[in-house]
Design a protein around this ligand. Structure first.
Ligand SMILES: *Cc1c(COP(=O)(O)O)cnc(C)c1O
Length: 374
């Protein structure tokens, strides 16, 4: 049995006709940039995230960047974030001209540990970017409290977590900004690159819309240096259609996760495999990824065994960001962030997409059990 890490074709099939009709309509209109389709999607996303407003942009990476640009950072400004995330979180900070400062993660959730943030705050700190990694919310209450006490802004990196909840509230609604990605492999994916920024007020959304369009407040009058961070009408129209199914898809991922937990418990692998940790606070985990820890230094061998057996798997992320060559100037050394480094050695993502059948999940777990001779 060959099982891919992700296969989007089954998700597309029932929506195909609707989507192709929308694409045909936009092609007939020849209106491709921003416009009514984008405004409609922005309203729907605002309602879905239960936030103040939302602005469609060109990608999740640009969502992070545009939020930082709107804060008008100056050289030497510091932004605190996690070293265990996709590169774009930290890349955006450097692109915006600020300095990333890392705080280590909580080993259970893989998310930034609020207790480790306080030590990192200096007079130059301007903001915090917590990441809701793999679809599970970071511990927002203490982060919001710290930000309030020190006058810092927060950008939630919700690129993997659309629809995830923390204590009953949706991610992207806790702070000044939330960044979303619609890269095809995210729970809500478009047909190319796309993203959005959620924010707390319509005023902030207005400013982001100016930045999205080269800082142009009126035609050819540029108030700021922004960029081309616009989203296409085609992507927005596709996202509007797909958004209606998102909760169902996320629920299918949740039930696959529950099946995996049951199968791992029954397989007697507790010495070898740690299923994804669940936060101590109430969450709605949307399982963009189902990431296990592989103990005793056997992660790479198990990964090869699964790939050889036709089972898709991947390592998110193999190198803690403080150890990346391009961030050498920040002075990161091995041992600086032990939890992040341990996660990068042990973590492995298994197929979790909603259309997987129970037999396929059983096959994944029995192939792992076989690796251990069980
Ligand atoms: C995907 C992702 C991004 C970037 O999104 P793109 O749309 O690919 O630019 C940023 N942060 C995290 C945590 C992500 O997973």
């Amino acid at each position: 049995m060959s099982i891919p890490l992700l296969d989007l074709r089954a998700q597309y099939a029932p929506l195909k006709e609707k989507i192709l009709a929308e694409i045909a309509e936009i092609c007939d209109s020849q209106r491709f940039i921003l416009g009514e389709k984008v405004e409609t999607f922005e309203r729907e996303l605002t309602a879905y995230c239960r936030c103040g407003a939302a602005v469609g942009v060109s990608s999740g990476s640009d969502a992070l960047l545009i939020a930082l640009m709107a804060e008008k950072l100056r050289p030497g400004d510091e932004i605190i974030t996690t070293p265990f995330t996709f590169f774009a979180t930290v890349g955006a900070i450097v692109r915006a001209g600020a300095k990333p400062v890392f705080a280590d993660i909580d080993p259970v959730t893989f998310n930034i540990d609020p207790a480790k943030i306080a030590d990192k705050i200096t007079p130059r700190t301007r903001g915090i970017i917590p990441v809701h990694l793999f679809g599970q919310a970071a511990d927002m209450d203490p982060i919001v409290e710290l930000a309030k006490a020190h006058g810092l802004f927060i950008i939630e990196d919700a690129c993997q977590a659309i629809g995830a909840e923390y204590r009953g509230r949706r991610v992207g609604s806790f702070a000044e900004y939330g960044a979303f990605s619609f890269f095809p492999s995210k729970n809500l994916g478009c047909f190319g690159d796309g993203g959005a920024v959620s924010c707390d007020t319509p005023e902030r959304a207005g400013l982001l819309k100016i930045y999205r369009n080269h800082g142009q407040s009126r035609t050819y009058i540029h108030e700021y240096v922004g960029g081309n961070f616009r989203i296409d009408a085609l992507q927005a129209a596709i996202l509007s259609i797909k958004l209606r199914s998102l909760d169902r898809w996320s629920e299918a991922r949740q039930s696959n996760a529950a099946v995996y937990r049951e199968l791992f418990a029954a397989a007697g692998l507790e010495e070898e495999i740690v299923p994804p940790g669940v936060a101590a606070y109430p969450v709605r985990h949307i399982y963009n990824q189902f990431c296990i820890r592989v103990r005793h230094g056997r992660r790479d061998a198990l990964k090869q065994h699964l790939l050889d057996s036709g089972i898709g798997c991947a390592v998110y992320y193999p190198l803690s960001l403080h150890l990346q060559d391009c961030f050498k100037e920040l002075g990161g050394k091995p041992g600086d962030f032990p939890e992040s480094e341990a996660a990068s050695r042990e973590i492995m993502a298994l197929p979790i997409f909603g259309e997987l059948a129970r037999e396929q999940l059983e096959c994944v777990v029995s192939t792992i059990a076989k690796f251990y001779g069980k």
